[in-house]
Write a protein that binds this ligand. Sequence first.
Ligand code: NG6
Ligand code: CA
Length: 498
Amino acid sequence: MRITLLILISFLCFHGFAQKKPNVILICADDLGYGDLSCYGATKLNTPNLDKLAAAGIRFTNGHSTSATCTPSRYALMTGEYPWRKKGTGVLPGDAALIIPTDRKTLPRVFKDAGYQTAVVGKWHLGLGEQVEKNWNGEIKPGPNEVGFDYSFIFPATADRVPTVFLQNHRVLALDSSDPIAVDYKQKIGTEPTGRENPELLKMKSSAGQGHDNTIVNGIGRIGFMTGGKMARWVDEELSYTFLEQAKQVISGNKQNPFFLYFALTEPHVPRMPGTMFKDKSGLGDRGDAILQLDWTVGEIMKQLENQGIAKNTMIIFTSDNGPVLDDGYQDEAVTRLNGHTPAGTLRGGKYSALEGGTRVPFIISWPSAIKPAVSNALVSQIDFLQSFATLLQQKITAGTASDSENQLDAFLGKNKVGRSTYIEQGGALSIIKDNWKYIVPQNGPAYSKLVGIETGNLASAQLYDLNKDKEEKNNLAEVHPERVKALAALLEEIKNK
Ligand code: NG6
Ligand code: CA
């Protein structure tokens, strides 16, 4: 009897109670909208792998990035601090210096200090080095390795910005020392053609007036000028496979110990250059094809976990850094071949916008051994990963750091159905949400950006929406509830001054 009990207890300890620390893979898409996946209602696109992930985990209907563009969102994700508290957290050029303080307990450090191996693969866009002027041919630091990642395989900024090269830890990959790289965002350097001077050389035309007409790399006009480093330049059509291969290696190389992988996909950000396998598969042009490629990539990650025998105790988080955009600098038929697809679903706005389409994004968490499948309406945000994982892994966060990050572990695991009560979103204007009432700060400027074809959310007077009943932000109730407007405006000021 006693022996049976002992066996039972040790069995439970091994398989149940004393769960080994989970591996965590945080997959962040680039500019993927709330309505871009079939599990979020898309009917013109089919994303079977993400649908499968969602069906096995929790699909959040009110999941957010902090901001409607990349750099600020990722800054919040890494630091647990609202990006608008800090100057210089807007969309960064490709030669920017690192904006994350290296002495912080960042999200990767939470894992590292808990004994995890940590890696980042994909888009970085948080700056590199101490200053703008840097030698791209030597060691480049500080960067991801100095803020908590044991291993990094990244590109510096965005797919449409130079330098169009990979960095492995501190160095540009495959650099030929006889062909040094130089980068400039102010003026042309070197003799290579630019989109402005030689548009006939482009395989994909840039949109008018959006600035993607500097150095041509792989037939595509980029933002910024570069020269040299020809061997090191990426091929856009292979970008995604290169990152996937790296991610798969991180997984297989760490199957014996817990790991945290931040896998920052480049789809469906411009320039959309899907590989041959996906070319013309969606019927929606390159943007749709890029989303199919993204979905396939997530499927490959899931397969790799199965093959390595670690799928059950690996948590996969899938989300996006900001809402969708169609024309973001290139004439790639995203608009003309849309075919009735609605990238932001029923939400108003998209990338750059203060409306829900700006920051409400796909948000899925699966962890087969610990999470029951569900759909959750809890308000959850990427900014809370830091405190929540610190809680899960019993890590202390010093007062004064990550001060905007809340412990929402129970919401992420599906045990709490409410999530945050108060949250601040950053589009052009700031908005504050409390108990699902959203107030958008009055902001001058056009209500619609013709350049990108997106409602900005700007209005010279207050906007108030009841997101419980109206996540589509159709009925501005500011005049009906002036006292609520006043209270929310005051609360926003209080949080800003914290
Ligand atoms: C903008 C670019 C846009 C895109 C964006 C960054 C112009 C006019 N537009 O400045 O093409 O690169 O920056 O996107 O230059 S993000 O997802 O990384 O925030
Ligand atoms: Ca983005």
